[in-house]
Design a binder for this molecule. Structure first.
Ligand code: IMP
Length: 420
């Protein structure tokens, strides 16, 4: 099994790369996160945003699996399912959902909002999709799972969890759910039950035995990982490579290539440390030309230069074997491009990511910028030099360079570096 994941703070362009390389795989599997993710794919000039459904769904020959590590909001899931039916008419047969995946209840969303409101200035900037409270119920052993939809006492389990949530919401002083919202959710789970619910760890084991190639598709990014990200300004799941093992029930020995996706610059949405953030017109220009607005929430993303200590950290934690550089066209036309090669923290210089980077100042190198990019010729020398500088620092080859949103604006690059 190969793993594809974000090497920054999410929104790196994972959806596009999965869609492009999905032709090499028979199974695409999501292993964590939920509708907080927004994987954008451009097909024939039409934009599609996937939140929970894996990005291989537009390739008719692939099976798409929502793994046990994912949290599912039935309402959002079904909307997404209906919205892509015209482009993927056989989706019903190619979409499998793990019975072990946890369900997001409408009260989880209310709890998310109440918890964020309570935090005031310390708020995380959550997408408010109920992700954190759902994972809390998972680890607290209270959660409702997809497999519970097939049990006769589903309603009792639902009512008991909702009752617990009301008690918590009462502490926050928040209102109860409307009857309509509850009915909408129950209607959605009735439909969800009609989709293909599976014991996905066995499905994957059978796929491996049959020699089928599996790609695990990560959501969010390494620096949003619950353990290794910029805690507490992180999401609630393991976004790193190890999360693909627990989120799918696949042993580590099955993992082959680990493809790290990163942008030519950095972005982050929500609060938290961001050493290379640009507060000037260059940051604004990147935001505009990269259309850096959240695909799930529409919020403007914070923009900054590429952070090499953070990228090297992502390579280390995930065992990344190759990199895909995205959105290099967004920096086209800049005279100089900044690259953060180290941090200065409390007067000390380091090229590692320590426990706390909230006071890290970037040590910047300026490199010449590049002009318009095209698929018809080689990459401009300045961009090649920029890529060499990245490879030299992280010691992993950049194999894919994306120069625009469409499938065919993706170049394979041969690197002087051998795969790790
Ligand atoms: P949550 O996962 O919705 O609770 O959000 C926690 C933090 O992760 C917030 O800063 C979000 O903006 C961020 N986040 C969650 N999902 C994504 C994503 O798919 N892309 C980028 N940031 C995300």
């Amino acid at each position: 099994m190969d793993v594809l994941l974000g090497a920054q703070w999410g929104d790196e362009g994972k959806g596009k790369v999965v869609d492009v390389i999905a032709a090499d795989y028979q199974v695409i599997a999501r292993f964590q996160g939920g509708p907080n993710a927004g994987h954008t794919l451009w097909i024939d000039g039409r934009k599609h945003v996937l939140h929970t459904i894996p990005s291989g769904v537009f390739r008719p020959e692939t099976t798409n699996l929502v793994g046990n590590g994912v949290v599912i909001d039935p309402i959002i899931f079904l909307k997404e399912f209906e919205a892509i039916r015209d482009l993927a008419p056989d989706i019903h047969d190619r979409l499998l959902i793990s019975r072990r995946a946890h369900l997001i209840l409408p009260t989880h969303r209310l709890l998310d909002a109440a918890s964020e409101a309570e935090k005031g200035d310390e708020r995380i900037g959550s997408t408010l999709k109920g992700i954190g409270p759902t994972y809390m119920d998972k680890t607290g052993r209270n959660g409702l799972r997809v497999g519970d939809l097939e049990r006769s006492d589903l309603m009792d389990r639902f009512r008991s969890l909702v009752k617990k949530h009301y008690r918590l919401l009462g502490l926050y002083g928040t209102q109860e759910l409307t009857k309509e919202a509850e009915q909408e959710w129950l209607e959605a789970v009735r439909k969800l039950r009609e989709l293909k619910l599976v014991d996905s760890e066995h499905v994957l084991e059978n796929a491996f035995r049959a020699g089928r190639r599996v790609l695990a598709e990560g959501a969010q990014g390494t620096l949003l990982d619950i353990d290794f990200g910029t805690y507490p300004y992180v999401t609630s799941s393991n976004t790193v490579c190890a999360g693909a093992c627990t989120g799918l029930g696949v042993p580590p020995t099955r993992i082959g290539r680990v493809i790290g996706i990163f942008k030519a610059y950095s972005t982050r949405v929500g609060s938290g440390p961001f050493p290379t953030e640009l507060h000037d017109e260059v940051g604004e220009r990147i935001r505009r030309s990269g259309n850096e607005f959240g695909s799930t929430t529409g919020r403007p993303r914070r923009c900054g230069w590429l952070d090499l200590p953070a990228l090297r950290y992502a390579v280390m934690i995930n065992g990344i074997t190759e990199l895909a550089l995205m959105k290099s066209d967004v920096l086209s036309g800049l005279g100089q491009v900044g690259l953060c090669t180290a941090y200065e923290i409390g007067g000390q210089r380091t090229d590692h990511v320590p426990f706390d980077i909230s006071d890290a100042h970037p040590v910047l190198e300026e490199l010449p910028g590049w002009g318009e990019l095209s698929t018809s010729g080689p990459l401009p020398d300045a961009l090649e030099r920029y890529i060499h500088r990245i490879e030299e620092t992280v010691q992993v080859p950049v194999r894919i360079v994306s120069i625009g949103p469409e499938r065919d604006q993706t170049l394979e690059r041969s690197s002087a570096l051998k795969e790790a």
